[in-house]
Design a protein around this ligand. Structure first.
Ligand SMILES: Cc1cc2nc3c(=O)[nH]c(=O)nc-3n(C[C@H](O)[C@H](O)[C@H](O)COP(=O)(O)OP(=O)(O)OC[C@H]3O[C@@H](n4cnc5c(N)ncnc54)[C@H](O)[C@@H]3O)c2cc1C
Length: 453
């Protein structure tokens, strides 16, 4: 709240999105003396950590919740929850009318890349489900207060994807359909145990095996080859021998995951059509592809048409379009992509985190050796006992971005005290409107469901 801040001549920065990237940027700029106003669409600020990483990452999720809390609980930060840019807050007005020194967009990548078949979106949640909504449901459906869409996970689902997030989807399907089949036999099994130990050992402990369980496995379809799967980043300047070793490591990662979670896989298939009955998707037509100079080329149309009650599209998350920001394809148009500078002017605008990378996932360790890349991917997918700090890469990138922004701001004039005061009155008005009374920890206690996992 304004009254808590020292209203002198200051920089006042608006950050949109309060999760890993937004909270780190806010913490650093606040520590350097700016007032930082953090706008977040949700009541809680944890972003992909709460809603995108499957909830079996129990410890990492809780650790990062607390890290984000610690960052946002700073006297120079004004948290403005339940305020979505594009709905409650217009980007152009924020930039032109509010009089902020800078805006940092850290609102992530929440839009699923559209399923590549024309008209497919007519069937959303009628046989065709997008990954972001599915994982959101999976992470929250146990909460008493959950009132979002509900998904019925059916055996033998089709998953279209290829990256780590699509393997998360496959794991959700395999674990949940196995649990349901066990429950039908009167066996109550824990989701986290199935994820940690894998399907076979848990089934064996109940004198069962996957074949007798009678659950059709889901199948992941990928348009490139196994060795192209983006399971770990390969640095563009890696020597050819290392590149090849990293590609081969991907084959092993996939094999391990298939053994542990009992799913099937088909490479070199691109969706070419949907099979629709009674106004719902009941299958997908696939064309065969080949890779030529790293491009996907269709070699034969409609080579197979598997049927399934459920198809999940997991082909990537991209930033949402924002009126007022021009786009080039899936990403925003930058004045300088290297510094994350979107627009110059009296209120300078930057982007950081998943918004900037245009990815909804993966920030590998900064080192990019074969062993490190493989270890990170295996740890993330639950194929080793190693626990990796999941948000560290994203946080470090945000810290670097904060240093750049801080240097640029230092060379620009601060806002006059009366401008700061009037801006903060505006912020307080919005906080009051959403019922936020100015105490971050008290707010979090109030809006956290007792059964949040
Ligand atoms: C090996 C590895 C694998 C990983 N895999 C994945 C993965 O598959 N998927 C994944 O998600 N993460 C993955 N991660 C975690 C990755 O670190 C996170 O995606 C990262 O934390 C993203 O942070 P962010 O702050 O940029 O975005 P987000 O966490 O998405 O935060 C954006 C925030 O902005 C808010 N927001 C969005 N739109 C608006 C708006 N219009 N107005 C106001 N607020 C808005 C959101 O509610 C959210 O709180 C992985 C990490 C590792 C190490």
């Amino acid at each position: 709240m304004a009254s808590n801040h020292d209203i002198t001549s200051r920089h006042v920065v608006g950050v949109v999105g309060a999760a890993t990237a937004g909270s780190e940027i806010a913490r650093i700029l606040a520590a350097r003396g700016a007032i930082v106003v953090v706008f977040e669409q949700n009541a809680r600020p944890y972003g992909k950590i709460e809603d995108g990483l499957p909830r079996w990452h129990v410890k990492q999720r809780h650790d990062e919740y607390e890290e984000i809390n610690r960052r946002l609980d700073h006297p120079n930060i004004a948290y403005v929850p339940l305020t979505r840019m594009g709905r409650d807050l217009d980007f152009d007005r924020l930039r032109i009318e509010w009089g902020l020194s800078a805006i940092v967009l850290a609102h992530g990548a929440w839009r699923d890349r559209p399923f590549p078949v024309e008209g497919a979106d007519r069937f959303i949640d009628r046989g065709l489900v997008y990954q972001n909504r599915l994982i959101y449901w999976f992470n929250h459906y146990n909460e008493k207060s959950y009132d979002g869409p509900t998904y019925r996970l059916t055996p033998g689902a089709i998953v279209v994807g290829g990256g780590l997030a699509s393997i998360d989807v496959v794991k959700v399907l395999q674990i949940e359909t196995a649990r349901a089949a066990m429950a039908a036999r009167g066996i109550k099994e824990d989701m986290v145990r199935l994820e940690r130990e894998g399907l076979d050992p848990v089934l064996a402990s109940h004198q069962l095996d996957f074949a007798t369980l009678g659950v059709a496995p889901c199948k992941l379809y990928y348009r490139r080859r196994v060795l192209d799967m983006p399971l770990s980043d390969i640095s563009p300047d890696a020597p050819p021998k290392r590149r090849e070793a990293m590609r081969q490591a991907r084959v092993k990662i996939l094999e391990k995951a298939m053994r542990k979670f009992r799913f099937e896989f088909q490479e070199l298939r691109a969706p070419s059509g949907l099979i629709v009955e009674h106004d719902a998707v009941v299958g997908v037509k696939f064309s065969a592809t080949e890779i030529e100079d790293s491009h996907v080329r269709i070699v034969e149309s409609d080579v197979e048409a598997p049927r399934a009650e459920l198809t999940v599209s997991s082909i990537g998350s991209i930033p949402e379009p924002i009126p007022g920001i021009t786009q080039k394809g899936e990403t925003y148009t930058y004045a300088d992509q290297k510094t994350g500078l979107l627009m110059d002017g009296p209120t300078i605008v930057f982007a950081c985190g998943n918004v900037l990378t245009g990815k909804g996932n993966i920030k590998d360790s900064l080192e990019s050796g074969t062993e490190v890349g493989t270890r990170v991917a295996e740890a993330y997918l639950g194929l080793s006992d190693e626990e990796i700090p999941i948000a560290d890469g994203a946080r470090k990138d945000a810290a670097d971005e904060a240093a750049v922004i801080s240097t640029i701001l230092a060379a620009r004039p601060r806002l006059a005290p009366e401008a700061v005061a009037s801006l903060m009155r505006r912020v307080e008005d919005r906080q009051r409107e959403v019922g936020y009374e100015g105490n971050y920890r008290a707010w979090i206690a109030k809006v956290t469901p007792p059964d949040l996992e």
